[in-house]
Design a binder for this molecule. Structure first.
Ligand code: CMC
Length: 431
């Protein structure tokens, strides 16, 4: 817990209550209200947790006004430019950049855990072919607790570590299998001679009938997408993982809960929703109509890929993603991609419109990611599973941190009850 040298005073009905104020290493001070109910008999009210810090953490920091994202202190643009996903995984899990031999050991361990229990293939076959791959992933990841009993005892540090490796290593295999199953192609086993991103592309796009060569530039772009999504402090899915874990649930069940939460269009589902929106807009001349709809209070339509709970400035991940979109489309020889053109024109039009600038709505990470993924050959339904596999390391790191936090308690929010007061049951004939 951070230092407490300040206090805040809350006055309720003329009585003062002194509350400790914690000073973080970065970000706003935090008023500690843990004892407030015991002392004053009141709750605080914060639906959506817009002003509530739910935990101590040392993993990720976001300054939403400045558009800064750091992992363990390192800025995301440096990590996306100079590092690679598995090194970022190590950093998130252990808190420091690994030495060469530590990284090699870590990479070997993850690589050797990429296969899934053979029996799980049957589990996949129980799903309908037209199931959304996220539905399959929620089910299969939840079912890992039925296959890996030797890493579900959360009181055992070694088991926690093995569960972490298994989740990070097997998630690409599971996502690729969900995809292969949905298109009726055979599952492709992981290959230990390929790196994490190249192996994922191989499992998604190769078929047993012929050789498949993974383009290193595409593998690098894939790796960068993983890196940009690796963690994002206490977002909805991560908070879901932490809340599920606070009851002592096993890590596979907790991560399955995180995947379920990520699926929603306001969170990880936005990348699919964004590309669908860009295609629906179709041509730049339609943009004014869609901007008008996004601004209309009576129309539920929102510009997908725009706005963020925390960023009130450019999402730093969106800048890297935009650059990557240009590089990937160049490589694939798609010079005049109409969707990319709509995205660029839409971004420009929104950033010149006072509605968006006054509300500080900027492109987020999902605005350009769908364009890259589609150019690589992924169908829209795979966008959110790719987000899920990238975010797994974030969920796992936050879960490990929570379990070693002495302040950890079961999560149990209270409520502002607005219902009926006590009343007597009325027999059916008298209603
Ligand atoms: N288009 C139009 N208006 C918007 C948008 C948008 N995309 N986002 C927010 N607004 C307006 C909103 O109507 C509200 O207006 P008013 O103050 O007049 O009522 C104001 O901006 C504040 O919005 P909010 O809904 O109170 O903000 P929030 O912090 O609760 O929501 C958000 C954040 C990301 C859910 C929202 O911006 C949104 O729905 N964006 C589109 C979905 C999206 O791209 N999500 C991906 C987020 S990044 C990836 C991830 O981390 O999962």
């Amino acid at each position: 817990m951070a230092d407490t040298t300040k206090t805040a005073t809350l006055t309720i009905d003329g009585t003062d209550y002194e509350l400790p104020v914690h000073q973080p290493t970065a970000g706003p001070d935090v008023v500690d209200i843990r004892k407030l109910y015991g002392q004053a008999g009141v709750f605080t009210y914060d639906p959506g947790f817009t002003s509530t810090a739910s935990c101590d953490s040392t993993i990720t920091y976001i300054d939403g006004d400045a558009g800064i994202l750091t992992h363990r202190g390192y800025p995301i643009d440096q990590l996306a430019g100079k590092s690679h996903f598995l090194e970022v995984c190590f950093l998130l899990l252990y808190g420091y950049l690994p030495k060469a031999e530590e990284l090699e050991d870590f990479e070997t361990t993850v690589t050797r855990h990429t296969m899934i229990h053979e029996q799980m293939h049957n589990f996949f076959r129980g799903f309908r072919r037209d199931a959304h791959p996220m539905a399959t992933m929620v089910g299969v990841v939840g079912a890992m607790s039925a296959f890996y009993h030797d890493s579900t005892d959360i009181s055992d540090e070694r088991q926690r570590e093995i569960a972490s490796f298994r989740l990070i290593a097997k998630m690409p295999t599971i996502a690729a299998m969900a995809y292969k199953y949905s298109i009726g192609q055979p599952f492709v086993y992981p290959r230990n001679d390929l790196d994490y991103a190249a192996n994922f592309l191989h499992m998604c796009f190769s078929v047993p009938a012929e050789e498949y060569h993974v383009d290193p530039i595409l593998a690098r772009a894939m790796d960068r997408i993983f890196t940009l999504h690796a963690d994002h402090e206490q977002n909805a899915s991560t908070s879901t993982v932490r809340l599920a874990s606070s009851s002592g649930a096993n890590p596979f069940a907790c991560v399955a809960a995180g995947i379920a939460c990520l699926w929603g269009p306001a969170h990880g589902g936005a990348n699919q929703a964004c590309l669908e929106m860009l295609k629906e807009i179709g041509t730049p001349d339609q943009i004014p109509e869609y901007i008008a709809r996004a601004k209309d209070k009576n129309d539920p339509f929102r510009l997908m890929g725009f706005g963020h709970r925390v960023y009130k400035n450019f999402d730093p991940r969106a800048k890297v993603m935009k650059q990557s979109a240009d590089e990937v489309l160049d490589l694939l020889g798609v010079e005049d991609n109409p969707t990319l053109q709509v995205a660029k024109d839409l971004e420009k039009a929104a950033l010149e419109d006072p509605y968006f600038t006054e509300k500080k709505l900027f492109p987020n990470v999902d605005f350009y990611s769908g364009i890259i993924l589609e150019a690589m050959g992924f169908p829209t339904a795979m966008f959110t599973p790719i987000f899920a596999l990238s975010r797994t390391v974030g969920w796992v790191s936050q879960w490990k941190e929570q379990l070693s936090d002495p302040q950890m308690k079961i999560g149990r929010p209270r409520q502002l009850y607005q219902g009926e007061n006590l009343r007597d049951y009325v027999d059916i004939e008298n209603r």
